[in-house]
Design a protein around this ligand. Structure first.
Ligand code: MOS
Length: 755
């Protein structure tokens, strides 16, 4: 589908309302916020991965002209606690003690009059360590493998007897897969600016969770969260890396407090690899048992994930893979492997990207074992009922996606025999895989003001992480109030505004659209109530429920109209201000109170009682592999997605395409390399950490398959932020098998694995 076709289907594309601000530089990212007379911070990070600090010599650093302060565990260790870890559980400490948990851990913060002086002095801080041999990753001596702890968020779906069914199955696949360490590398670096005004702290920092950051830092500093304000109006890429609170923020706050002056930190690209989170490496053991007709009788998926020493962070994607296909016997399990590493965290489709690589590769292997077309294998096992819980899917258009993509791709011309399709020196492979992402929605509050001139301002502490979030809120607000989008102003990214849950799990459009619609409905109710109460007006005695806002007017059931100015003017004689809260089904009524305290509650697509809610998609990929060099190129991709209501086809198209490109990157390029002796990342820069450049990005066709879903939530929004990346890695590896007959079970697919 071209973008034009998408627009015909989904309505008018809306360019980003913040587009002009972004391209003219008027948009303020956190470190652009002007503060008066700032000092500059530079982080000193550890050069060992495990051990203790024995001594720190600061004289040379202190002698650098312009140095104002140097924070170490010796002088500020007791002033802050470690940040709360995402998903609960402890995390590594930084300046709190002399303990070193991982390479690149913050051990000192140098503050100076200038950025350059701070940097020079930081390089002159001398640290003596008592080093111990670190465990870098899987198979490293000293790495400790444990079953992950249980709990509400850590359920391993299990049903029937998968082992017995697998043993008895006529056709079996038993295979192991792995995915590498990856880092988000958002273009905007990990910055923090802290400003104190008496007891009040303002933090400017790119964030996906305004209230989470506020509460997290307050807890670390032992101060009242009401005294902390967080500001993040624009974020230059987040992808999960800004969903939690990292340790740097509290130390910059302490530095600013000690100095009595604002302090700005701009961490470097390489420091971003160790002071923030990342996608940990994973391993998988998948067993598929099927009948000769292709129907699954047994599915088992065991995963292993690396984490830090103290944290139990894990993603547990069996919760996704167990729900993909009809199967009577299911077993899933997750193990965590503790190593001397920084704590991992969310990265775009955290569970689904690695775990679906394993499942969708195994499904492709099963298709060859059955001599069945891989799309047909998915059709045979398609289901409208969640295989784990027996609940209906709120809607599931998986096969519609495959069919739409297959037609566009020309899949019917595929010769199934591996290595059979060629073009000169190039071997051609066509592969496919399922994409999916659970549909989540969170609680939120919002405030709306509407002037008699028809200017609306909506305020909510939502998050513009580059996804078009401002525009989505503006569209819903404009539609609900019957106003042109130019009349709507959206304020977000500030914890002084009403709270919104963390922008994660692709919940943003669903969460903010529902609260925007609700606060607009509250405005309409106020206007309608005032209209019918006005005994001398045209609406006296009318049914207020039947009065609507349309084209800048209040409109009655018979089509009678009154200009908005008069209708709004009737409400307390002028501008109208309303507040509304939205607590989605599946989230407790206390959720709004929880949001104010920084909790990140969400109704999860896999955790509901009534339905299981997922968006689905299909990736079809062509690869070309050179016969002699084994260079892998991907000239074209067709990906189709069904994700319920699409609010803005323009930004949705971009999100799907961006996710698909990142999936290609995950298949062919990305890999954070680790030196096994030092447990250190060795390619911690954008020159050595490979990502696709334009020349690597093929012709990508995105199809948005129409889908109406009135069960997922009232507006039918499933979320689109993460689904694009899911399954692409498998689709590429499956295409590589089709081209070469070589099954790559360890990502990324690189030349050396094909030689
Ligand atoms: Mo996304 S990885 O849930 O921010």
């Amino acid at each position: 589908m071209s973008l034009d076709e998408a627009h015909r289907l989904y309505g008018k594309p809306t360019p980003r309302i913040d587009g002009a601000a972004k391209v003219t530089g008027a948009a303020r990212y956190a470190s652009d916020e002007p503060v008066e007379n700032p000092a500059f911070a530079w982080l000193v990070t550890s050069s060992i991965a495990r051990g203790r600090i024995v001594a720190m010599r600061l004289q040379a650093a202190q002698a650098v002209p312009g140095v104002l302060d140097i924070l170490t565990h010796e002088n500020v260790g007791g002033h802050a606690g470690p940040p709360p870890q995402m998903g609960g559980g402890p995390t590594t400490t930084t300046l709190e003690t002399d303990r070193i948990w991982h390479d690149g851990q913050i051990v000192a913060v140098v503050v100076a009059e200038s950025f350059e002086a701070a940097r020079e002095a930081a390089h002159k801080v001398e640290v003596d360590y008592a080093a111990e041999a670190p465990s870098a990753t899987f198979d490293s001596p000293g790495a400790e493998t444990l079953p992950r702890p249980g709990g509400e968020q850590h359920k391993d779906p299990t049903k029937g007897d998968a082992a017995a069914a697998f043993a008895a199955a006529p056709v079996k696949i038993d295979a192991r897969y792995s995915t590498p360490t990856q880092h988000h590398n958002p273009i905007e670096l990990f910055t923090t600016t802290c400003v104190w005004d008496g007891p009040h702290l303002t933090i400017y920092e790119p964030s996906q969770s305004m209230y989470g950051l506020k509460a997290g830092v307050a807890r670390q500093l032992g101060i009242d969260p009401d005294k902390v304000r967080t500001v993040s109006r624009y974020v230059g890429g987040a992808f999960g890396s800004r969903g939690g609170t990292t340790s740097r923020t509290a130390w910059i706050a302490i530095a600013a407090r000690r100095l009595g002056r604002p302090v700005k930190l701009m961490a470097t690209r390489d420091q971003g690899f160790t002071i923030a989170t990342y996608r940990a490496e994973t391993r998988h053991h998948v067993q598929l048992g099927a009948g000769r007709d292709g129907r699954l009788v047994a599915f088992s998926h065991e995963g292993w994930e690396v984490t830090s020493r103290p944290s139990t962070y894990n993603v547990g994607g069996g919760d996704t893979t167990a729900r993909m296909y009809a199967c009577p016997n299911i077993a899933t399990r997750v193990n965590i492997v503790h190593a001397d590493r920084n704590t991992p965290g969310f990265m775009r489709a955290p569970p689904d990207t690695p775990y679906m690589f394993a499942l969708e590769s195994a499904m492709d292997e099963l298709a060859y074992a059955l001599a069945m077309d891989p799309i047909e294998l998915r059709r045979v096992n398609d289901t409208q009922v969640d295989p784990v819980d027996g609940r209906p899917f709120s809607s599931r258009s998986l096969m519609k996606c495959f069919d739409a993509a297959a037609e566009k791709f020309g899949w019917s011309r595929r010769n199934p025999r591996p290595g059979s399709m060629t073009d000169g020196d190039w071997r051609i492979g066509w592969g496919c895989a399922t994409a999916c992402y659970p549909s989540n929605i969170g609680p939120a509050a919002a405030r709306l003001s509407l002037t008699p001139q028809g200017m609306a301002t909506i305020q909510l502490a939502g998050h513009e992480i580059g996804n078009g979030a401002y525009t989505v809120v503006a569209i819903t607000t404009a539609r609900s109030l019957g106003l042109p989008i130019e009349n709507v102003r959206v304020l977000m990214g500030d914890s002084d505004l009403p709270p919104v849950t963390v922008a994660g799990g692709s919940n943003n459009a669903a969460t903010t659209s529902h609260v925007a619609a609700k606060v607009c409905e509250a405005a309409r109710e106020r206007i309608a109530a005032a209209a019918v109460a006005d005994r001398s007006g045209p609406w006296a005695g009318a049914d207020p429920a039947r009065l609507r806002l349309e084209d800048g007017a209040l409109v009655g059931p018979s089509g009678a109209r009154e200009p908005l100015a008069r209708a709004v003017g009737r409400v307390s004689g002028g501008a109208l201000e309303v507040h509304a809260e939205n607590v989605p089904q599946g989230v407790p009524d206390t959720a709004i109170a929880g949001l104010y305290k920084g909790a990140a509650q969400m109704s999860r697509g896999t955790g509901r009682k009534d339905v299981t809610a997922f968006a689905f998609g299909a990736h079809l990929v062509e690869v070309r592999i050179h016969r002699r060099t084994c260079e892998v190129r991907s000239p074209r991709v067709v990906s189709a997605f069904s994700a319920g209501t699409i609010i803005n086809p323009l930004t949705a198209y971009s999100q799907f395409m961006g996710g698909t490109i990142w999936g290609l990157s995950s298949a062919l390029h990305e890999h954070t390399e680790i030196d096994l002796r030092t447990a250190r990342y060795t390619n911690d820069n954008l020159a050595d950490y490979l990502v696709p450049v334009n020349a690597d990005v093929p012709d990508i066709q995105i199809i948005m398959v129409p889908e109406a879903d009135d069960r997922v939530n009232p507006l039918g929004i499933k979320g689109i932020g993460e689904i694009g990346i899911v399954g692409m890695n498998a689709a590429v590896a499956n295409a590589v098998f089709h081209a070469t007959g070589k099954r790559i079970r360890e990502l990324p697919v690189r030349v050396e694995k094909l030689l």
